[in-house]
Design a protein around this ligand. Structure first.
Ligand code: CUA
Length: 336
């Protein structure tokens, strides 16, 4: 009994120690934006209160087990009969109420401070749309549409740049979560949920859909790319350009296939909107919602049989010949 308790305590301490280590990505313990930071501070308060409760309850338990665990041979005499204690009953009723009150007020304060912030005229607006199983990002004011990799400018001490996200879903409930930047916000059909972020360090941050949304829920990743303002402007300028029609064999093949029913390539007659916009496919480091690096080999593998790579996704196997595959992959790699 005692050895099992010691083992359990050692395991818990080990787990707590592991949290302190620096993770390469996706850690709520290294917040890099205001929403994530205030949620992190709240979580420390909650953890501290829970740890104190754990120590008190665990300590009493250990004390009682050690002190009263073995009382020698069993006697059959009746133990002393005790009836309640008003002081103790009042204490263990009032104390939990106070603790719950403190936790509720602290949570409500952080939640309302984050939710009630109105978007400034100058802030960047992005509509994030959840699909089974990928993310569409539209920048309505900039006339840019992209997928899975969200670019935003960095927010600095002397120039705060906030991005306001409107979250929508075309099918089921998803949840938008980039742990270092903000907590989760559900993405619900027929609802416009909102959140805002102000990432304060340039870099790429990883997130994922945080609500089970079907077979490929685990392959619904988010890459949040935080750019310097100059890089962000360059990115926007590049994304706004349409593709140049070339009449090449690959382009003709693409336009003749079912591809155009689901995908858009601005600049050529392809304006389907149920799949990701491909106009600047090659500007994204990954495709299939963060599953695969955007390389010739991976594009070929995907086009040959999307269902083998990501079973259940909505891209059908088009039974393409090797010649079609070569032409289509060749065309896709021109979409920078
Ligand atoms: Cu989308 Cu889980």
């Amino acid at each position: 009994m005692k050895s099992r308790f010691i083992l359990g305590t050692a395991f818990l301490l080990g787990a707590v120690g592991a949290f302190g280590q620096e993770r390469p990505f996706a850690s709520i313990f290294r917040p890099l934006a205001t929403p994530a930071r205030s949620e992190y501070q709240l979580s420390l308060l909650v953890l501290a209160i829970c740890a104190a409760i754990f120590v008190v309850v665990g300590g009493l338990l250990v004390y009682i087990v050690v002190k009263f665990g073995d009382r020698g041979p069993i006697t059959h005499a009746e133990p002393p009969q005790v009836y309640g204690s008003n002081q103790v009953e009042i204490a263990w009723t009032v104390l939990p109420i106070l603790i719950v009150f403190v936790l509720t007020m602290a949570t409500a304060r952080v939640t309302s401070a984050l939710q009630d912030r109105p978007p400034a005229m100058s802030s960047l607006k992005v509509t994030a749309i959840g699909h089974q199983w990928w993310w569409e990002f539209r920048y309505p004011d900039l006339r840019v549409t992209t997928a899975n990799e969200l670019h935003v400018p960095v927010s600095t001490a002397d120039h705060s740049r906030t991005t306001f996200l409107t979250l929508e879903s075309v099918d089921v409930v998803h949840s938008f979560w980039v742990p270092q930047i903000s907590g989760k916000t559900d993405v619900i059909p027929n609802r416009h949920n909102r959140m805002w972020i102000d990432p304060q360090e340039v870099g790429t941050y990883f997130g994922n859909c945080a609500e089970y949304c079907g077979a490929q829920h685990a392959h619904m990743l988010i890459r949040l790319v935080v750019d310097t303002p100059e890089d962000f402007d360059l990115w926007v300028a590049a994304q706004r350009k349409a593709a140049t029609a070339t009449q090449s064999a690959g382009e003709q093949n693409f336009l003749g296939q079912q591809c155009v029913e689901c995908h858009t390539v601005r600049g050529v007659p392809a304006s389907g909107d149920s799949g990701p916009d491909l106009t600047h496919l090659m500007s994204r480091s990954t495709f299939a919602a963060g599953m695969l690096p955007t390389t010739v080999e991976n594009l070929r593998r995907w086009l040959k049989d999307p269902q083998a790579v990501k079973p259940g996704n909505y891209m059908p196997n088009l039974e393409l010949s090797d010649k079609d595959l070569d032409q289509l992959v060749g065309y896709l790699t021109t979409l920078h």
